[in-house]
Design a protein around this ligand. Structure first.
Ligand code: NAP
Ligand code: HSE
Length: 422
């Protein structure tokens, strides 16, 4: 095989193959042999030793070499990764990738190309790090109609949120997540929610057998959150998570990634640090949850090597796995249609009638208030902080109400708007 990339995951994969190669060869009856490794910078120090004659900066020495059966794409980013994967498939090479952006944006086309060329395209490591969620959706839950999915699928943000809950700063936690190899090369993809959107697109597409594209998923990141949100949430019996949600309703599929208050009794509330979890509702199994480390070299390499072993099995039996990614064609509903309770944190002038004004605007959109907390006024500024919990409201209505509230002369700032999960 040829590896494209020897960063966190590529080095982890090479290390795992070096340590477990013999054992794996005995288990699968075939030896996984690395022929070449593509990198950008030949001189960069690596976490593993790679023989100099294996390292290359020329992709054609892998993509066009007929002695290479399998290409393992671990470079990341959309381009040139998508072109390299397509070229490998067109050259009848099997492909394993951890690239959620490429699979979320181009999965159906690439799987079609793989099917036409009689090769496998596997992507277990693209979602949930070491959790075998793709395999479970494709094989083990095939007899189910899945109607709902709730997931924590970004290790970096969950690591940051857990650290903030414990009183540490956002910047310090992000720096540590980067040092530990959890974050994307551009960490704004993690903290703005984009990475979770890619993963939710892949999971929803497989779970609901309908092609769900990243552009159809609502996205809000974690950058609005402050330490005080964690304190207010804890005081009311909640934790804050970046929650990926998708449901099949009467009108179709609705999917979004949002920072969300989750009751401390919820299955996902205890998912801390780099751990991820996927909670599914299937008509045969009812509730079902997968849990494990969602990022990092070792868990992700575990998923990559599992895909390599599956390909080795298929090669020995002379078969391929045809992944029909979207045989159903359900409509995708605008995320604005999503129904949810909300947590609102606002800075307002401390004077009579302010709460009544805000309640009035919410009432015009039929949004009912469930509780209000006002904290002591800052005497120097005359500004008070209020936290409002609403009853369930349609996201579009709540956004319209907040746009009006923002323009009330008594409202200084809407500091946080978070969904609240039941
Ligand atoms: P990384 O540490 O940044 O490594 C990327 C590797 O690809 C580096 O070796 C780099 O070469 C090489 N590369 C990048 N662009 C290249 C180009 N145009 N030509 C040649 N080589 C190129 O990234 P990573 O964290 O390993 O992530 C790799 C993939 O796995 C991404 O798709 C990511 O989303 C996914 N993933 C990561 C994790 C995780 O925990 N990190 C978990 C699951 C999935 P140089 O070393 O010479 O710069
Ligand atoms: N940056 C990703 C995360 C890597 O933090 O979850 C795993 O896909």
């Amino acid at each position: 095989m040829g590896l494209l990339g020897a960063g966190v995951v590529g080095s982890g994969t090479l290390d795992l193959l070096a340590r477990r190669g013999e054992q794996i060869a005995r288990s699968i009856g075939a030896r996984l042999q690395v022929r070449r490794v593509l990198v950008r910078d030949l001189a960069r120090p690596r976490a593993v030793t790679i023989p100099a004659d294996q390292l290359t900066t020329d992709p054609s020495t892998i993509l066009d070499d007929p002695s290479i059966d399998v290409v393992v794409e671990l470079m990341g980013g959309e381009n040139p990764a998508v072109e390299y994967i397509a070229r490998a498939l067109a050259n009848q090479k099997h492909v394993v990738t951890a690239n959620k952006e490429v699979i979320a944006k181009h999965g159906p086309e690439l799987l079609d190309l793989a099917n036409r060329n009689d090769v496998n395209l596997f992507f277990e490591a693209s979602v949930g790090g070491g959790i075998p969620v793709i395999s479970v959706l494709r094989h083990d839950l095939i007899a189910n109609e899945i109607t709902s999915l709730r997931a924590i699928i970004n290790g970096t943000t969950n690591f940051i949120l857990t650290a903030m809950e414990q009183g540490r700063s956002y910047d310090e936690a992000l720096a540590e997540a980067q040092r530990l190899g959890y974050a994307e090369s551009d960490p704004s993809n993690d903290v703005r929610g984009t990475d979770a959107v890619y993963k939710l697109a892949i999971l929803s597409t497989l779970a609901f057998r309908t092609n769900v594209r990243p552009s159809q998923i609502g996205c809000v990141g974690i950058d609005q959150l402050r330490q005080k949100d964690f304190k207010h949430a804890a005081g009311m019996g909640y934790v804050i998570k970046l929650l990926a949600s998708a449901d099949v309703g009467a009108k179709g599929i609705v999917a979004s990634v949002r920072p969300t208050l989750i009751p401390t009794s919820h299955h996902l509330a205890s998912v801390k640090g780099v751990f991820n979890a996927v909670l599914l509702d299937g008509d045969q199994i009812d509730k079902f949850m997968l849990y494990g480390q969602g990022a990092g070299a070792r868990p992700t390499a575990s998923a990559v090597v599992a895909d390599l072993c599956a390909i080795a099995h298929n090669l020995q039996r002379g078969v391929i796995d045809r992944i029909e990614i979207a045989p159903q064609d359900r409509p995708i509903v605008d995320p604005g249609d999503m129904l949810s309770r909300y947590y609102l944190r606002l800075q307002v002038a401390d004077r009579p009638g302010v709460l009544a004004q805000i309640a009035q605007v919410l009432a015009t959109k039929a949004i009912s208030i469930s509780s209000v907390m006002q904290h002591e006024t800052d005497e120097t500024t005359g500004v008070a902080e209020i936290v409002i919990m609403t009853h369930a409201a349609v996201e579009r209505d709540s956004a319209a109400a907040l746009a009006e509230i923002r323009h009330l002369d008594s409202v200084r700032e809407i500091s946080a708007v978070l969904r609240v999960e039941r």
